[in-house]
Design a protein around this ligand. Sequence first.
Ligand SMILES: Nc1ncnc2c1ncn2[C@@H]1O[C@H](COP(=O)(O)OP(=O)(O)OP(=O)(O)O)[C@@H](O)[C@H]1O
Length: 258
Amino acid sequence: MTRTPYAGPAVELRHAVKTYGEGPSAVTALDDVSIAFPAGSFTAVMGPSGSGKSSLLNCAAGLDRPTSGSVVVDGVELTSLDDRSLTRLRRNRLGFVFQAFNLLPTLTVRQNVLLPQELGGRRTRAGAVDQLLERLGLAERADHYPSELSGGQQQRVAIARALLTEPAVIFADEPTGALDTTAAGEVLALLRESASRQTVVMVTHDPVAAAYADRVVFFADGRIADVVDTPGPEAIATRLTQLGARPAPHSTMTGATR
Ligand SMILES: Nc1ncnc2c1ncn2[C@@H]1O[C@H](COP(=O)(O)OP(=O)(O)OP(=O)(O)O)[C@@H](O)[C@H]1O
């Protein structure tokens, strides 16, 4: 079946509200949030701890459902999908990269990259994994195990795994949180490069990491406090401090930016 390309934003939240709990102890993590992530863009989401970044990511990626409002991903209204269809859309159209690389230690690099496809019972085009590993500088590592790789290499394997299905959107949650400055720079450059084909939405506490994005969305108290196009790390750090965030413990502010 051919799919008509969808011309709208890759991800859009409309009046999204996310409330945890009920009554007086209820917490509003997303307070009427409307935002669109254009196709092919790279957006960093920042804000103080508890400001709603993970809630945004989880709702935008269909890992959680908003209490009210709507989420449209790649032209599909997520709130209208049952759990099975949502899982299928996540598998086929979305990629995920987390701080913990989430690789299986008993599988090689190649097997780790292929695992989601195989679990989903799908075939992979011959040569697709090798091409991807080549592109990500991992060609020599295809038959190695995660314990034989550096942190940066492991995260690149996780990115290869996320890219294999050529998803519409990559959601990254603190992808450089466990990496040193050099490895973080390599991973961020890869995400940047991917953003020409995929849309990337990345939650980070690190102003240097955020400076790789096309724009930074700042959250405070469950609302969007600011959206800034291509700010530098210093401007990002200043805005974060104004919003009440403490400096990130693992910030790579001392390292080079793009
Ligand atoms: N499952 C949950 N149950 C109850 N409250 C929750 C739950 N998840 C998040 N919250 C609350 O919702 C608010 C927003 O949380 P969220 O995790 O989205 O923030 P965050 O910006 O990602 O924070 P951090 O930077 O610390 O990860 C916080 O007050 C948090 O305590």
